[in-house]
Structure formats: structure tokens, C-alpha cells
Design a protein around this ligand. Structure first.
Ligand code: AMP
Length: 194
């Protein structure tokens, strides 16, 4: 059966200090799997990335992993993926991830996550795509970033409409539903969820 939506998740290749980050990654993966979705991600087994993928697969979802050849060992390429694409460059990875997704969501992560989030956000404001982009700000992980972005708006170095291109929320399920809806798609909950 075709997935009812395809969500690209950007998140840390490390687990982070606090187990709450792993728990959040697991919640997101389980939700994707239980709602007939497909995860698109960086294709590694490490950190939060690995946890989202494991949880999606464990809940019956599809997973597309896209990893540059140079990172196959470093990020422990995940051969359990429904599709694992080993590509030549980071640019190839990010292009394929963007093409295969209906929406994008950033979970807690580091510079790789930030770079991917900002790239897909700038692509949106340039009109390269019109897919929803979200930041999951559970436990206030992104409070500092969001405060800084509001400073950029008040200093008139960013526009309010650019801020409005991003959906933010602290509640994983509400934000996931909102992104799928904004992409014009619906979820197909498995029977036990209805
Ligand atoms: P991080 O959030 O730093 O743990 O990285 C999360 C993911 O982002 C990893 O799979 C990185 O390979 C990936 N990533 C994407 N673009 C970049 C980049 N320009 N520099 C570093 N990592 C990147």
C-alpha cells in the first residue's frame, strides 16, 4: 500500500544528553508508522536519526534513508530501511530527501540539522517548493533559536512573512497532524488507533 504521506525528519546524529530527546524521536517515528506514513531521513542508525527510523519501522511504516557514501560508516548506514539510497554527495542527499518528502520537520539536533532546516526554509521562501516546514520545540530545545529569529524580525533583517512560513509547536502529535494537513494530505490511522 502506498504511504498516505511522506515526512522528512531532520534531527541529531547523536542521542543528546537527556533521554527525553530519544523519547521524542521515538514518539515521532511511531506516529508516522501508525498513521500510514513514510519517513524520509538521512539513512543512519546513530543518535536521534536512528531512533526515528527504528520507531517508524517498528510501527509498520516505510522508511527511505539517503546517505552519502562518505558517511556510510560514520553514521552507520541503516540497511533495515525500506529503501536505502547511497548517494555521492551531501547535495545529492539533500536534494533526494527534499524530492521524496511532502513536508519537513526538524527535531532537536546539531549543526547538520540546523543547516538542513534553514536550507529547506530558504528554498520555500524562494519558491523552489511549497511544502510545509516545521520545528518541533518540545521541552524548549529551540526557544533560544526562536527568540533570536524574532530579534532578526524586529531588527528588520527578516520579514514576518518569512517567519510565518515555519510552523512551530511543542506538542508532537498536534504539529505532525498540522504539517500533514498543510501538505493537503490525510493520515490513515491503523485500526487500533481509531
Ligand atoms: P547533526 O544535527 O549535526 O547531528 O547532523 C544531523 C545530520 O545532518 C547528519 O546526518 C549530517 O550528516 C547531516 N548534515 C547535512 N548537511 C550537513 C552539513 N552541511 N554539515 C554537517 N552535517 C550535515
Amino acid at each position: 500500500m502506498n504511504p498516505s504521506f511522506s515526512l522528512c525528519v531532520y534531527c541529531g546524529s547523536r542521542p543528546g544528553l537527556d533521554p527525553k530527546h530519544l523519547a521524542l524521536a521515538s514518539t515521532v517515528g511511531q506516529w508516522i508508522g501508525r498513521h500510514g506514513g513514510q519517513l524520509v531521513y538521512g539513512g543512519g542508525k546513530a543518535g536521534l536519526m536512528g531512533e526515528v527510523a527504528r520507531s517508524t519501522l517498528g510501527a509498520g511504516g516505510r522508511v527511505i534513508g539517503v546517505i552519502p557514501a562518505a558517511l556510510v560508516e560514520k553514521e552507520w548506514a541503516n540497511h533495515d530501511c525500506s529503501e536505502l539510497h547511497i548517494v555521492s554527495t551531501m547535495h545529492d542527499r539533500k536534494r533526494m530527501m527534499a524530492e521524496r518528502a511532502d513536508a519537513f520537520l526538524a527535531l532537536p539536533g546539531g549543526i547538520g540539522t540546523f543547516e538542513e532546516l534553514f536550507e529547506v526554509w530558504t528554498w520555500r521562501q524562494l519558491g523552489y517548493h511549497d511544502k510545509p516546514v516545521g520545528i518541533l520545540n518540545t521541552s524548549g530545545y529551540y526557544d533560544g533559536l526562536l527568540t533570536f529569529l524574532r530579534t532578526a524580525v524586529s531588527e528588520q533583517l527578516m520579514s514576518e512573512w518569512q517567519m510565518e512560513l515555519i510552523q512551530t509547536g511543542s506538542e508532537p502529535i498536534a504539529l505532525l497532524q498540522s504539517l500533514v494537513q498543510a501538505a493537503g494530505l490525510t493520515t490513515t490511522p491503523r485500526l487500533e488507533e481509531i
